[in-house]
Design a protein around this ligand. Structure first.
Ligand SMILES: Cc1ncc(C[n+]2csc(CCOP(=O)(O)OP(=O)(O)O)c2C)c(N)n1
Length: 284
């Protein structure tokens, strides 16, 4: 954990403050880049802040530490969402992102593990994060290592067959050290998930594939912390999928639940409106 809070209430208040800062930085990066995957960046802010500040066993000053927990951002278009969080916990300085997604910048829309400290796997082509996570978790188990692997997936991404091949493999190999996290914001690039390719009943599907399932509000820090603190030990025989119900575009009134804000650009007025809205965000 990257904080010294001993009282839950203080930790949650701290993280809520970070939610505002990180969302404003996402908006800034989208302006710098001339556009970006803003909707799905804003839906996973609380998940990422809870993971990087509290749940993951990591050392940002030693990003490749062998016994660190691994975190795979399978929805790799979430670069604008994860890069500010990695800066915040200390992997690099925020000013390193001043040329975000510009020519020769280490920071692209899809984060590169060879250029961005803290990124455990380069992703962007959907459907590959969970197969890779299964490999990592299996490797850890074979080495008798104690670290865990976490994989954050999009719900639209669950259209990919490789997600389900990996789900089958994770259960087959009894990977209790593997946790999938689903950013269930119900929208994808070009429409609602249930119209493009229905994934419900998603809870039943993960269960049928042999996983334990938890369903929580992905913007509620108390639920996130309770869930990840109570994961079964890595010696358990089942991987866990945490389905996080979220809102795409969370915090910006004109972006929330709007497919067109999967990817977009901002002018001065929309940027100001976004930041004003974020200042007033109300988290559970
Ligand atoms: C293999 C592959 N097909 C298509 C795309 C294009 N694409 C980028 S994001 C996206 C939608 C993903 O939806 P979801 O996983 O729900 O992401 P979120 O809404 O959380 O941003 C698609 C289809 C891709 N990156 N990779």
């Amino acid at each position: 954990m990257i904080h010294n809070y001993t009282k839950r209430e203080d930790l949650v208040n701290f993280l809520k403050g970070k939610s505002v800062e990180v969302r404003k930085e996402i908006i800034k990066l989208v302006v710098t880049a001339g556009g970006g995957h803003v909707g799905g960046g804003l839906s996973m802010t609380e998940i990422l802040l809870a993971m990087y500040y509290h749940v993951l066993n990591i050392d940002p000053k030693n990003p490749k530490k062998e016994d660190r927990d691994r975190f795979i951002l399978s929805k790799g278009h979430g670069g604008v969402g994860i890069c500010p969080v990695l800066a915040d916990v200390g992997y690099y300085d925020h000013c390193m992102m001043d040329d975000f997604n510009q020519y020769l910048s280490p920071f692209g829309m899809h984060p590169d593990m060879h250029k961005v400290p803290g990124i455990d796997m380069s992703t962007g082509s959907l459907g590959h994060g969970l197969p890779i996570s299964v490999g990592l978790a299996l490797g850890a188990r074979l080495k008798k290592a104690s670290w865990r692997t976490y994989c954050l997936l999009g719900d639209g991404e669950c259209n990919e067959g490789t997600v389900w091949e990996a789900a089958m493999a994770g259960a087959h190999f009894k990977l209790g050290n593997l946790t999938a996290i689903l950013d269930r914001n119900r929208l994808m690039l070009d429409g609602p998930v249930n119209e493009i390719m229905e994934i419900d009943p998603i809870e039943d599907k993960w269960k049928a594939f042999g996983w334990d399932v938890r369903i929580i509000d992905g913007h509620d820090y108390n639920q996130l912390i309770d869930t990840f603190e109570s994961l079964p030990p890595i010696s358990s025989q089942k991987p866990v999928c945490v389905i996080c119900n979220t809102t795409k575009g969370k915090g910006v009134s004109y972006m929330e639940n709007q497919t067109k804000w999967h990817y977009g650009g901002l002018d001065e007025a929309t940027e100001k409106q976004a930041c004003d809205d974020i200042d007033k965000i109300c988290l559970p």
